[in-house]
Design a protein around this ligand. Structure first.
Ligand SMILES: [Zn+2]
Length: 433
């Protein structure tokens, strides 16, 4: 464990410490963040006393990414939530987001340090240890992933960055440098499994004993995980963060039952109903959208930020000894389809299809017919067959039935030959409109 004293601290003690820290952060926001000064005032809160502690955080308005974006201008390229002088900023990351206009994420030296500590806790939960080598496959460049990669040197590992999209370089590094672990998107891990099989490279016999996946949902889905673990003969655990709040905020331990909050003490998590915004208790099995609040951020702190990540939560004790709650991402609001009142996530569709391996390749593409979220059934789903497998109407019928039984929606399954759908060395595209 990277930070045993913190990571095993009883959660109720953490909440008490977080409450004090939150009150300080709120005072800081009122004094230094023009964005929150005006937003909170409009919502009827002029003083820190009126805002109170974490037990009344639900009274405060949410912060949406679009509000931050709308506050940007030539004079305020970062946004009016910037709460420090420009000379206090040591790093500015960018995210492209989904709209194309980059948004800037500034960090002070202390913010950056907190991000690295968070990532170190989250990634070390996977069981990687000092002295081992790890190969990373992210093109950090302008992106927040750069801070996450800083965790590996912090953990005392030999970090070998090979970047995205260079499979030959990656495989050579695995062959020659014999890393104990690799870190990549689950899509790339799946792509490499096929790549290795095609070229008869012995992935199972390689030195890699842990595959750390992040960057998109999927690594925690049982069928996909089983498929990756089998192909790599390695343990697969996942991590997740969100650029505006922090990288690798969550990291899964060896128990593989959701990702612990590695960012504890830096970030306060809430679960809300995505439609009504009503709070949902963070108990075992609860599902909702994650809302995150910075507790000790300096450069551009956010309050009740809607992540658009839909998660399942566990709060019961974990055998690893970490006391922080755990989550698994079910999907993102942006990808969600609503079929006759039922929420359907493309990653859940993929998970159901993965249960039909080895008859299918595991690649899918959802093709919504109606613009927007609401879809009239049946929803077309392209399912790729395994190599040397022929289209069989009976298989399509079985998959459709499984969709009805498990996800409660009606699909039109279209089976296509192996190799039809595009593989990704980064993140998979599961939806095509
Ligand atoms: Zn655990």
């Amino acid at each position: 464990m990277f930070d045993p004293e913190v990571e095993t601290n009883p959660w109720r003690d953490q909440v008490r410490q977080d409450d004090a820290q939150y009150r300080r952060q709120v005072g800081y926001l009122l004094a230094h963040s023009a964005f929150y000064h005006s937003k909170l005032k409009q919502a009827g809160f002029a003083t820190a006393e009126e805002i109170g502690g974490l037990d009344s955080i639900e009274k405060l308005p949410f912060t949406e990414k679009d509000e931050i974006r709308a506050s940007c201008s030539e004079n305020h390229p970062i946004g009016t939530h910037l709460a420090v002088r420009r000379e206090e900023i040591v790093r500015i990351f960018s995210t492209s987001g989904t709209t194309g206009t980059p948004s800037y994420i500034p960090l002070t030296a202390q913010d950056l340090e907190n991000w690295v500590v968070t990532s170190a806790r989250s990634y070390s939960a996977s069981g990687i240890s000092p002295g081992e080598a790890i190969v990373s496959t992210y093109n950090a460049g302008p992106f927040v992933a750069g801070a996450a990669l800083g965790a590996f040197d912090r953990l005392g590992m030999t970090h070998v960055p090979v970047g995205t999209g260079n499979t030959e370089r990656l495989i050579t590094a695995i062959r020659l440098l014999k890393p104990a672990a690799v870190v990549m998107t689950p899509s790339y891990a799946a792509y490499l499994a096929e790549w290795a099989e095609e070229r008869r490279f012995d992935l199972k016999g390689s030195s890699v004993k842990r595959v750390l996946v992040a960057g998109e949902p999927g690594g925690g889905e049982p069928a996909l995980r089983a498929r990756l673990e089998e192909a790599w003969r390695a343990k697969v655990t996942e991590a997740m963060g969100i650029g505006d709040i922090g990288v690798s905020l969550w990291g899964e331990c060896e128990e593989q039952c959701g990702m612990h909050l590695g960012g504890r003490g830096f970030v306060h998590p809430e679960l809300v109903d995505p439609e009504s915004g009503a709070p949902i208790a963070m108990e075992d099995g609860a599902r909702g959208e994650l809302v995150l609040t910075h507790l000790r951020h300096q450069a551009a702190p956010l309050l009740r930020f809607r992540t658009r990540d839909h998660v399942q939560v566990w709060s019961s004790p974990c055998r690893c000894g970490r006391t922080a709650p755990r989550v698994r991402c079910i999907g993102r609001t942006d990808d969600m389809l609503l079929v006759r009142g039922v929420n359907v996530f493309p990653s859940a569709i993929r998970e159901v299809v993965n249960q039909f391996m080895p008859e299918v390749s595991g690649m899918i593409l959802v093709k919504p017919q109606d613009p927007g979220v609401r879809q009239e059934p049946p929803v077309p789903v392209v399912v790729e067959l395994a190599k040397d497998s022929a289209a069989d109407p009976e298989l399509a019928a079985r998959i459709q039935k499984r969709f009805r039984d498990m996800l409660v929606f009606t699909a039109q399954v279209d089976l296509v030959p192996w190799g039809t759908l595009q593989r990704s060395e980064y993140k998979s595209k599961l939806v095509q409109r």
